[in-house]
Design a protein. Structure first.
Length: 222
């Protein structure tokens, strides 16, 4: 069974303890050269996006930590790993509260709101664009999963980069959004790992996972 009930933001990291505006660069203004370059990249990606890329963007639009199962193993599911699922649900809540702070600070318009020639292929969020929450989440998940599966660290980070890039393919983020998301995600991983309660819960996750890793290894040998 999970270690706790319904997740509520602030179990490990509290939004009020962080100032996102000091953790990542200031968001580019709408009339800046950076935004013009960003928009051009999004337009170029849109012109070249293929059906399989659209499918990828839609798949990651509802990103979950268990989509990393193709890297770690098909046995990574919420049903089999309730403690792990509860742990990462809590990570999501804490991360979401913090990265949303940045969106409120800058309230950067999404690409289609600045250029009507950009057409999204995934749902267009109503929140600000900067920093990318999906990118922040992806790098937080990759960093914490690497604490459980260190042998997959490089692959997990590559997956996080792919999740981030999918938001540009989808037309809902600029390149500078996903760069800031990566920067914020990497910093939050360091902060998460400083928390004693998180380290305790991470140990419980490792213990739960170890059982299925052993079973999967035995099946592979047989």
């Amino acid at each position: 069974m999970p270690l706790w009930g319904t997740p509520d933001a602030g179990r490990y990291l509290r939004e009020q303890d962080f100032d996102v505006a000091k953790m990542i660069p200031v968001a580019p203004t709408n009339d800046s050269l950076q935004t013009k370059v960003d928009l051009e990249v999004v337009r170029q990606v849109q012109e070249r996006r293929r059906p399989e890329q659209v499918a990828l963007a839609r798949y990651f639009a509802h990103d979950t930590v268990f989509q990393y199962g193709d890297i770690i193993g098909p046995w990574i599911t919420a049903d089999k790993l309730p403690v792990t699922a509860a742990f990462f649900d809590q990570i999501h809540e804490d991360r979401y509260a913090i990265s949303s702070q940045g969106k409120r600070v800058w309230n950067r318009p999404r690409p289609p709101l600045l250029d009507s020639n950009i057409h999204v292929c995934v749902p267009l969020p109503k929140s600000g664009s900067y920093p990318s929450g999906h990118s922040t989440q992806a790098f937080v998940w990759a960093g914490l999963l690497a604490e459980i599966f260190p042998e997959h660290r490089a692959e997990l980070r590559d997956r996080a980069a792919l999740v981030a890039w999918s938001r540009i393919i989808g037309g809902v983020h600029y390149p500078s959004d996903i760069v800031s998301g990566r920067m914020l995600g990497d910093q939050l991983v360091k902060e998460f790992l400083k928390v004693p309660d998180l380290q305790k819960d991470l140990t419980a996750v490792r213990e739960e996972v170890a059982q299925f890793e052993t079973e999967a290894l035995a099946e592979a040998v047989n």
